[in-house]
Design a protein around this ligand. Sequence first.
Ligand code: FMN
Length: 554
Amino acid sequence: MQGTNDRSPWAAGWTWSAGADSTARRMDPPAALLATRKWAWALDPETPGAMPAAVGGTPVPPDHPHDPSMPRILAVAPPAPPESLGSAAFRTVHGVRFGLYAGSMAHGIASERLVEAMGRAGFLGFYGSAGEPPDRIETVLIRLKESLRDIPFGFNLINSPGASAWEEAVVDIYLRHGLRLVEASAYIQPTPALVRYRVSGIYRGPDGRVIAPNRIIAKVSRVEIAARFFAPPPEKILRKLVESGAISPEQAELAAHIPLAEDLTAEADSGGHTDHRAALALLPAMLVLRDRALTSFPNGTSLRVGLAGGIATPHAVAAAFAMGADYVVTGSVNQACIESGSSDSVRAMLADATQTDVARAPAADMFEMGVTVQVLKKGTRFAERAAKLFDLYKSHNSVEDLPEKDREWLETVIFRKPVAAVWEETREFFNRRDPATLAKAEQDPKRKMALLFRWYLGLSSHWANRGEPDRKEDYQIWCGPGMGAFNDWTRGSFMESPERREAALVALNLLAMAGALLRQAAWRGQGVSWSLRQEDLRPREKQVLEMLLNGTNE
Ligand SMILES: Cc1cc2nc3c(=O)[nH]c(=O)nc-3n(C[C@H](O)[C@H](O)[C@H](O)COP(=O)(O)O)c2cc1C
């Protein structure tokens, strides 16, 4: 199994010695790989008397005097502690300890509590402002600024075609309260609101460099859209902003020299809105784009690419970093954690999911266009019922046209009340939120039918978040296949139980174990084929994890 690779630099017969390092220790290979704060040595297993691996210590060259009882070195792996993974620029620019962030989750599922927990532990967290009324967003922002003070965090800024007033209002709030970081998502083109956020307050520093205090992390799943973010803000929008007095002509000129976003999260197959892209194909394409885009900015510009979608196990994190990701992003697993704004019954359902328990279902916000979201299938009938609603919408022109049995199904199973009562509630809602859409629907029975169906699609998320016992069959729970992989990883550990899933500890374990896997790969490159097993990679409690990382756990 083990053996010295003839081409390995160690083949000449280097030996390992504790030397003057009082923390150097012999241990078994998994423990050495997991002690990622230290150098890890794979040693000749033929040497009698001690474990075939060590941390710390020093290599002794073959021509130096050495103790013949000391073991020969087969391979070495450099330290890879959690805070070293990914790019240093990402951590420095955003002022965080770790290259992993918790992505936004709509309706406050990425809750205030989640953002706080991640922030205090050294991770970025993004509040899930999508679908929230502006006054609620403002209240949460004020509270988070008070509680986290200098600790960095961000909010989602979601593209809202047809609701640009909401997007503008949200940007007003972010600017008014000096929010310095947003995760921008669902954009196909940059909007005036997004550009206004980025270029507000832009100036030239004393060293001549252009400084934009507001940072955007753009989340995209297509290369051609990503290219719009790794480019300066569109001139046309800048001109409009100058005309409206939002920025000065000098600021518009400075903005032409900076990228709209310095960070780009490539979103592969994920929970919620997703293009179902394959991470293994998407990330390399985004890295190529980044390298090309860099040539059009001044020296010293840093552009970074992160990976989201399926980041739920140490193997996935290690793969992302091995491929060159600057940072990684989690989503589905955070909804399953105690701090999420979801309910205990959703957390229990997520803990029971396997990789194949997800399905596509019509999206509430873009229902008429046939856009889908990825949801949990197991334990709820939402996906199947919402799909039937979409079929009915496609094949009929109005609710009145529906066959008798479908109308009955609608009123008894879906609405649990008469169509007229649901229309009353829908009217009231749209009157407040979006009167223009309501006006169109009152003129057009097909649009009216869409709004009626969207009543169900919208409420099904709320029923899930509130844990409405009576509507469990209708829970809409956004979830990616990574959730099942996470459950496999945590099975048999304390983290199997939904009550023991703490977001920051999940993130720390992911990074810690990913570091060990990267070291395993380094050993393999030198001919040593130890494999970390499920048991070695199981999640650990915080204190145990710290000891493991330092190699002091025995
Ligand atoms: C319940 C849920 C809600 C989400 N809501 C949003 C959102 O409002 N805005 C957004 O940019 N991304 C949203 N996402 C995507 C996440 O931020 C993240 O990018 C994604 O979940 C990562 O993939 P994963 O689910 O495979 O971990 C949501 C994801 C989930 C699971």
